[in-house]
Design a protein around this ligand. Structure first.
Ligand code: BTN
Length: 242
């Protein structure tokens, strides 16, 4: 797959820029928008994403799909797998928190935000990743939840450009396979990377509800199956594990 790459030294949000400019992106290529700094980085659930200059990776991949593919929600999970496997190559031991948070040593090192927009009868999908690369311990303290960076975990600085290139290569190949074959070839890779084990207590936020259940498994379509206190199993396609 060909890739069209545009890099900014500073931008509000690579995801937002991609959505606002998608009409001019190539229709049959993957577009990559990256930046050295975001002044209005966005996370899931309307949170902000701490995006200081020249320390981390802020990148959004954009592609056009025909409408009606039911498995678009798996695309961020594919990027999460590609990210973990890129970090495994760097000798980290990353794990996934469902659906697509990447953790090292139980602390978040990367997050993924997937958004869509309808453009001329095609669905534009943007999958943004923030990967904490060389952020130091002081800066990490701006984040209000347990977080880390590759530098903190690995004890050395990493070249952001090389890490982004390696990640992009993997994602391009994983995405091409996913678009042809769906999520099933990725299901066992995904489960293998998961931090949750059968029977783990899961505190779960779904819309306005706070749910406590036990982790059962990840279903073949990437959704989460929890065993609820009433003994029933429930499948979730969205939500956040606390
Ligand atoms: C999360 O909340 O875990 C998702 C964080 C996603 C952050 C990335 S950084 C690049 C892209 N642009 C944004 O504004 N957000 C995503």
């Amino acid at each position: 797959m060909e890739i069209y790459h545009k890099h900014f030294t500073s931008i509000g949000s690579t995801n937002l820029w991609a959505k606002e400019n998608a009409h001019s992106f190539p229709r049959h290529q993957l577009t990559l928008i990256s930046a050295d700094e975001q002044t209005a980085g966005r996370g899931r659930f309307n949170r902000s994403w701490v995006s200081p200059a020249n320390q981390n990776i802020y990148a959004s991949y954009g592609l056009f799909l025909r409408q009606g593919r039911p498995d678009i929600g798996n695309i961020p999970q594919i990027l999460a797998i590609s990210t973990c496997e890129t970090l495994l190559d760097l000798e980290f031991s990353p794990q996934l928190k469902w659906p697509n948070d990447i953790l090292i040593d139980k602390k978040k090192v990367a997050g993924i935000l997937c958004e869509t927009k309808l453009i001329e009868n095609l669905l534009f999908v943007v999958i943004g990743i923030g990967l904490n690369v060389n952020m130091d311990k002081n800066t990490i303290q701006q984040i209000d939840r347990p977080a880390t960076s590759l530098m903190i975990e690995g004890g050395v600085e990493y070249d952001r450009k090389t890490v982004l290139e390696d990640l992009t290569k993997r994602f391009v190949s994983d995405l091409a396979r996913f678009l042809k074959e769906g999520f099933s070839p990725f299901h066992s890779r995904y489960e293998h990377l998961l931090i949750h084990e059968e029977g783990d207590e899961i505190k779960f936020h779904h819309h306005e509800d706070q749910i406590i259940g036990k982790f059962e498994k990840i279903l073949p379509d990437g959704s989460l199956s929890l065993l609820l206190p009433n003994g029933q199993k429930h499948r979730f396609i969205s939500g956040e594990i606390n």
